[in-house]
Design a protein around this ligand. Structure first.
Ligand SMILES: *[C@@H]1O[C@H](CO)[C@@H](O)[C@H](O)[C@H]1NC(C)=O
Ligand SMILES: *[C@@H]1O[C@H](CO)[C@@H](O)[C@H](O)[C@H]1NC(C)=O
Ligand SMILES: *[C@@H]1O[C@H](CO)[C@@H](O)[C@H](O)[C@H]1NC(C)=O
Ligand SMILES: *[C@@H]1O[C@H](CO)[C@@H](O)[C@H](O)[C@H]1NC(C)=O
Length: 335
């Protein structure tokens, strides 16, 4: 009994050893269906065994080969695509074709039926070409100058850089970071923007008022100069001198119409009788009538205040221009 038991144990051990040895040597497909049920439960190591099976099944280099109908075929190189997928038992090469340069690319070993289209850098979104598209690599875009990428990689949108209008640039714009502006200066500038026009308007107003005042003053001074000249002599008409008017009467008469002389003497209370006598004494001689009327008035009135009375009365009679002329002539004659 004991011997028989030992014999059975030896047989099982031998079988297991044989089986394991067979497992490592035999190629996968053949072994796949047979070995699993035969695997003794006690010695089963799922991890390693499984990986061995997989390697045997696919057996292809994962980057440069691909499985096809139980075989491994060579992948197409970057820059090409698989015109026809698959290969023969004897020749593992795949029928590949180059991508169209500048339009398509393939950046990996592959067995795709066609190349990938090149992207394009959308200038409307602030992009420009950094690297042109080749058959091996898609186009590389970057933000054009004056733009920065706000989002994280891959960049989907380029935003225009801040220009720091009126402010100081602390840090220039980069591909990934916006310009850093000195905000305090911008704030000050905004203040200045508000203050500047106010200052300008104020300035203009003050200047305007100044000019107006200056003009007013000048006009006033000018008027003053005409009316009241600083010259003492010419101030005299205000205090009319008691001069002898007799020598001046012809001149005065010359400046006045007969009607004006008559109005003058009437105003100064010469009697109508007297006037009539003088008029009749010098018929048809207006010049003489004027002179006689004035001489008559002057003699009655007397030297005192005669000049003043003459001028003020003429002005009362609204004969200001005549009064001025007479004054001018008398003053001129006196000098
Ligand atoms: C290909 O296999 C190698 C190991 O053989 C591994 O390091 C690599 O990551 C694999 N590549 C892919 C794309 O699976
Ligand atoms: C890309 O190619 C075009 C012509 O196809 C050329 O004008 C341009 O300079 C190239 N750009 C770069 C970044 O190489
Ligand atoms: C830029 O990104 C920030 C967040 O990172 C966001 O608040 C801001 O609105 C973005 N600006 C633009 C112009 O996309
Ligand atoms: C971009 O700005 C961020 C903060 O907004 C900062 O942390 C980062 O260092 C900046 N990068 C560069 C390149 O200036």
């Amino acid at each position: 009994m004991h011997r028989q038991n030992n014999m059975v144990k030896k047989l099982v051990l031998c079988l297991v050893t044989l089986c394991l040895a067979f497992d490592f040597i035999t190629p996968g497909p053949l072994h796949e269906d047979v070995s699993m049920p035969m695997m003794p439960r006690a010695h089963k190591k799922p991890g390693p065994v499984k990986s061995i099976f997989k390697r045997n099944v696919i057996g292809c280099q994962n980057d440069t080969q691909y499985p096809f109908q139980g075989r491994c075929c060579d992948s197409c190189k970057p820059g090409s695509f698989a015109k026809r997928k698959g290969c023969t038992k004897d020749n593992r090469t795949t029928s590949c074709e180059k991508c169209i340069d500048g339009e398509e690319y393939m950046d990996n070993y592959n067995y795709h039926p066609k190349c990938l289209r090149c992207s394009h850098c959308d200038s409307e979104h602030g992009f420009e070409v950094e690297k042109n598209c080749t058959i091996h690599q898609n186009v590389k875009c970057r933000c054009k100058s004056g733009y920065f990428c706000n989002s994280s990689e891959p960049c989907r949108h380029c935003a225009p850089c801040d220009e720091c209008k009126g402010g100081k640039i602390l840090e220039s714009c980069t591909q990934t970071n916006n310009t850093r502006c000195d905000r305090t200066e911008i704030v000050q500038d905004k203040k200045a923007e508000i203050i500047a026009p106010v200052v300008v308007v104020l300035g203009i107003s003050i200047t305007g008022i100044g000019i107006m005042c200056y003009v007013c003053k000048k006009k006033k001074t000018a008027k003053y100069n005409v009316k009241e000249p600083p010259n003492g002599m010419e101030m005299e008409p205000l205090h009319y001198p008691d001069l002898d008017l007799l020598p001046h009467i012809p001149v005065i008469a010359e400046e006045m119409l007969l009607s004006q002389v008559m109005s003058f003497v009437r105003r100064l209370n010469m009697t109508p009788n007297r006037i009539d006598v003088i008029m009749n004494d010098n018929p048809n001689n207006a010049a003489e009538q004027k002179i006689k009327l004035l001489e008559c008035w002057y003699q009655e009135h007397g030297t005192k205040d005669a000049y003043k009375t003459l001028i003020t009365t003429l002005k009362d009679l609204r004969l200001c221009a005549t009064a001025d002329k007479i004054q001018e002539k008398i003053d001129g004659a006196r000098k």
